[in-house]
Design a protein around this ligand. Structure first.
Ligand SMILES: *[C@@H]1O[C@H](CO)[C@@H](O)[C@H](O)[C@H]1NC(C)=O
Ligand SMILES: *[C@@H]1O[C@H](CO)[C@@H](O)[C@H](O)[C@H]1NC(C)=O
Ligand SMILES: *[C@@H]1O[C@H](CO)[C@@H](O)[C@H](O)[C@H]1NC(C)=O
Ligand SMILES: *[C@@H]1O[C@H](CO)[C@@H](O)[C@H](O)[C@H]1NC(C)=O
Ligand SMILES: *[C@@H]1O[C@H](CO)[C@@H](O)[C@H](O)[C@H]1NC(C)=O
Ligand SMILES: *[C@@H]1O[C@H](CO)[C@@H](O)[C@H](O)[C@H]1NC(C)=O
Ligand SMILES: *[C@@H]1O[C@H](CO)[C@@H](O)[C@H](O)[C@H]1NC(C)=O
Length: 860
């Protein structure tokens, strides 16, 4: 037996002739002291700068089988340098098995297949090579189960796009999963991957640097992706001593280190949640120090493998701050840098959400595990948001036989518990309402009665659920039935708060189509409506035919089959023109009734309804802080031009504008005063008020018809336009509409600018040029190659959720950034000029009050 106390107590044995290191087994064993006495050597390492806390490295040797022990002092009770401490029966010893277990002789085996998750930071250095880095990960995936990319949230969408493209090009036969974790601006990339590590669900974690597995020799790469189960950070780059930053020379023999820096592999059990650096040495040194603190051998990591292809050590030595650097803020575009410090940060939002949404219980009912897996991105996010998620799989016999009731599935990013139930036992009774008691019985077993139940639509087994729940004594949960075909596109629902879920069934959206004689356009619109996902919601479909509608248009209307609710057809007998055609096409029947107005040359994205539902729930039915009477609607169309400037049309790019103004999240949706007519939802109060406004306006009771209400906007020259008048109302009130703001102008509706009331017949090239100005790409149902990357296009939002109301940027009619207070003040000033009203308006949505008609019985 070797006796060796002060030198590193770790050796490895390797068989000659094996080419691939990963195939070897490492024998990690200890050097044993000869007697019962423990020998401990302590060294104070005080040489690293003046302000550095002294670090203690303890090296201990013992026999296997010795009594477990812990050293009888802690951080507050430090030993003296150079003293040898011995263990005697008289000294106070606390028994604790952990430290010794790690020290016991052990044999390292290869880790289980697919039990490794790689964490890859994306930095400004690496983004240009990201495709290469990701394809090399896919090609040499080893035991990898998942790759988590960690990147600043301003480039989230670009990174997602790159990853999606690579996955599509490369394919992932072994179902390597990819997911993204955004981090706050200015956050250290090391800190960010450390944080992401706490969400890993596999037993092993591979911390990569921003180069991933590229620039690495084959053997080292093999060690990292087919690692041995060594209970310590293991990688090619390590520092022997904290005293003098001396890098360990790469070698085939494992060497003990004070700490290692990425890339390295560690067991999940060693991951520390968001460890903040506690010393100047930086996060990896601190990490190694933490690990070694729990070990009697003082080892913080193991160095193995050749790392000849990079000059990391040189960098480390020449720049002590290297491993502590803050990643420069990424900027893929040419715009100036976005500042690192910001107002209303990501964590601010999260705190607001966390406070308001602690409580919430969900019940998910699915027939099979597979259905639940498809829905798991939603379930996982709800769970991560602190909600209680209960799952019942009520499939048939196959669940009953050998599987226990209470089970767990590890799905992308989370562990979900589920209960199973065989319907065989209850099937005979299921036809009757009382048969539904199996759901009630299960609900009764839950710790909390759920506020929200989500289930698959059209399931015979659940047919009586609504009735049963209505009759039950407890508070009635909100019931949501989602069709199987829409299940894969639900990821956005994970961003909703419980309050929003509870109101799921409250808002009703009416679709109102205005058409005349463009059957080709109409057919395209109807087909895009048919392909859209409605997530089980009922919607009234209304089509308004002008008096001059042609027979082909009529035929299309008769043929059209609307599967999501009732269909209403209007036909005018007196030609009205576009203004009444639009304005009278829809009227709210309650305060929960919303009108989606669509002219026939519009085409919709299949995801448009998700956007509508998500935004309406957030800003109309969510938490009080997110609601405002100033919001009059939701646009599906993304602005690409500003029409209202007196100088004429100007191109517009919200993202570029927000970059220019150093807004923290250039990808945020925003508020604009401009009413959109190319696919937008109008809110009931505001639409009613608009009707009243038009009546007063056309009566010329308050001002003459050719009065310019809004100063200096081009719409004053428009004739017969409903938007002109809506703009007036918006201006006087300081209202605004919510607009999407996705990369590359990806939109939920587009306009094909076809010859019609607005668009006059023009020479073809001029026409095509104009058309190009307005045609936008539609958000698609993403390919489902890798589900975690799919259907999240709509979640390309700050923190992957709709921002709080107060942090939405506000734009005026000519596209300049402003604030609501400025807009409201400006409207009131104008109102006073026009009407000499004594005070500000006092009644919401009341046009007589707005025009102070009661106050001035004799119109001016
Ligand atoms: C640092 O450590 C290396 C190797 O352990 C040694 O060769 C070198 O002399 C040390 N430098 C100082 C300044 O102690
Ligand atoms: C390392 O980071 C910590 C926290 O971010 C900071 O306080 C410390 O000054 C940094 N050390 C160096 C050497 O840059
Ligand atoms: C941050 O926002 C608050 C209110 O939204 C404001 O009062 C404060 O001045 C802002 N701070 C900075 C630094 O802009
Ligand atoms: C609908 O909203 C208007 C305006 O806020 C309000 O006056 C009216 O009472 C509401 N109607 C119902 C049924 O709540
Ligand atoms: C951004 O700022 C630059 C320089 O100030 C300006 O030329 C450019 O037009 C701005 N872009 C937008 C979209 O505002
Ligand atoms: C992906 O979509 C195709 C049809 O587009 C479907 O057949 C397949 O089952 C889907 N795969 C997953 C994993 O959802
Ligand atoms: C919008 O704001 C800009 C800058 O403050 C201003 O010049 C412009 O007149 C405003 N537009 C309207 C319609 O008020």
């Amino acid at each position: 037996m070797n006796r060796n106390i002060s030198s590193p107590i770790l050796k490895a044995r390797k068989k000659k002739g094996q080419v691939r290191l990963a195939k070897r087994r490492f024998f990690v064993f200890l050097v044993i002291s000869p007697c019962l006495l423990l020998l401990a050597i302590f060294r104070f390492l005080t040489g690293y700068g003046q302000s550095v806390q002294p670090l203690v490295v303890v090296q201990v040797a013992t026999y296997p089988g010795d009594e477990p022990f812990e050293l009888p002092f802690g951080p507050s009770n430090l030993p003296h340098a150079g003293t040898i401490y011995t263990h005697s029966p008289h000294s106070p010893i606390v028994h604790s098995p952990e430290p010794l277990d790690l020290l016991h002789l052990q044999m390292a085996e290869p880790i289980q297949p697919r039990s490794l998750t790689a964490l890859l930071p994306v930095t400004s250095r690496s983004i240009s090579n990201l495709e290469l880095i990701i394809s090399s990960l896919i090609r040499t995936s080893g035991q990898l189960h998942e790759v988590i990319l960690s990147c600043p949230d301003n480039v989230l969408s670009d990174v997602r796009r790159i990853v999606r493209n690579v996955i599509m090009a490369e394919g992932t036969e072994d179902h390597l999963e990819f997911s993204l974790r955004p981090w706050d601006y200015g956050m250290d990339s090391n800190m960010a991957i450390m944080r992401a590590a706490s969400e890993v669900t596999t037993d092993w974690v591979l911390f990569l640097d921003d180069n991933g597995l590229s620039n690495m020799d084959v053997d080292t790469r093999d060690i990292l992706i087919n690692p041995m189960s060594i209970p310590l950070p293991t990688g090619p780059r390590g520092v022997a001593s904290l005293l003098n930053i001396s890098c360990l020379a790469p070698s085939d023999d494992p060497q003990p280190a004070s700490f290692v820096i990425p890339p390295f592999v560690i067991p999940y059990s060693l991951v520390i949640d968001g460890l903040p650096p506690s010393t100047d040495l930086g996060i990896w040194a601190d990490f190694g120090e933490r690990i070694s603190r729990d070990r009697l051998d003082g080892i913080g990591g193991i160095v193995i493998g050749a790392d000849t292809t990079s000059n990391w050590c040189h960098v480390v030595q020449s720049d002590a701050t290297w491993w502590n650097h803050t990643t420069p803020v990424l900027n893929l575009r040419t715009e100036p840098d976005v500042p690192k410090v910001q107002n209303g940060t990501l964590s601010d939002h999260q705190n607001v959400l966390a406070e308001n949404e602690r409580i919430g219980t969900f019940a998910l009912l699915f027939p099979s595990l597979r259905d639940m897996q498809i829905f798991s991105p939603v379930a996982c996010r709800l769970q991560a948001n602190g909600y209680l998620v209960n799952v019942l799989l009520y499939g048939t016999a196959r669940y009953a036989e050998d599987e226990p009731m209470d089970r767990t599935v590890v799905s992308r990013g989370c562990r979900l518990n589920y209960d199973t139930l065989s319907l065989d036992d209850v099937l005979p009774a299921v036809q009757s309402v009382s048969g539904m008691s199996f759901v009630l019985d299960w609900l009764d077993t839950l710790d909390e009665w759920p506020e929200v139940i989500v289930a698959l639509k059209d399931q015979d087994a659940l047919s009586g659920l609504v009735t049963v729940l209505e009759q039950s004594q407890s508070t009635r949960p909100s019931l949501i039935f989602i069709p199987y075909t829409d299940l894969a596109y639900c990821e956005w629902m994970g961003s909703l708060s419980v309050q929003e879920w509870k109101n799921w069934n409250v808002p009703r959206i009416d679709i109102s189509v205005i058409t005349k004689d463009r059957p080709h356009s109409l057919a395209r619109l109807l087909s895009s409506l048919s392909n859209a996902k409605f997530f089980g919601d009922p919607l009234t479909f209304r089509i308004n035919l002008e008096q001059t509608s042609d027979t082909e248009t009529m035929r299309l209307v008769h043929k059209f089959q609307w599967d999501h609710g009732i269909t209403v057809v209007h036909h005018r007998v007196i030609h009205g023109g576009l203004l009444p055609a639009v304005v009278e096409s829809w009227y709210p029947h309650s305060n929960d009734s919303y009108g989606l107005l669509l002219e026939d040359d519009v085409e919709l994205s299949p995801m448009f309804y998700a956007w509508v539902k998500m935004t309406i729930l957030r800003y109309r039915y969510g938490d009080a802080i997110n609601m405002s009477p100033q919001l009059f609607g939701i646009s599906l169309y993304q602005q690409k031009n500003i029409e209202l400037k007196l100088q004429g049309r100007r191109p517009f790019d919200a993202r570029a504008l927000f970059y220019n103004h150093s807004l923290p999240h250039p990808n945020t949706p925003y508020l604009s005063q401009i009413p959109c007519s190319w696919g937008a939802v109008y809110f009931p109060e505001h639409w009613r008020e608009f009707h009243e406004y038009l009546a007063v306006r056309f009566s010329e009771y308050a001002f003459s018809i050719d009065e310019d209400i809004v100063p200096d906007v081009r719409s004053n020259r428009w004739t017969r336009s409903w938007k002109k008048y809506f703009i007036e109302l918006v201006y006087l009130r300081g209202y605004a509409m919510l607009y999407p703001n996705y990369a590359d102008f990806v939109s939920f509706s587009t306009n094909h600018l076809e010859v019609g009331s607005h668009v006059k017949d023009r020479p073809n090239d001029v026409y095509l040029q104009r058309k190009e100005l307005f045609l936008l790409p539609l958000m698609s149902l993403f390919d489902n190659v890798s589900l975690s990357m799919s259907s999240s296009g709509i979640l390309d939002l700050p923190s992957e959720t709709l921002p709080p109301w107060h942090s939405l940027p506000v734009l005026n009619l000519t596209g300049s950034l402003t604030s609501f207070q400025a807009l409201i003040d400006q409207g009131q000033t104008r109102r006073t000029q026009l009407r000499r009203c004594p005070g500000p308006p006092s009644l919401a949505y009341n046009v007589r009050d707005l025009m102070c008609i009661n106050d001035s019985p004799s119109p001016s």
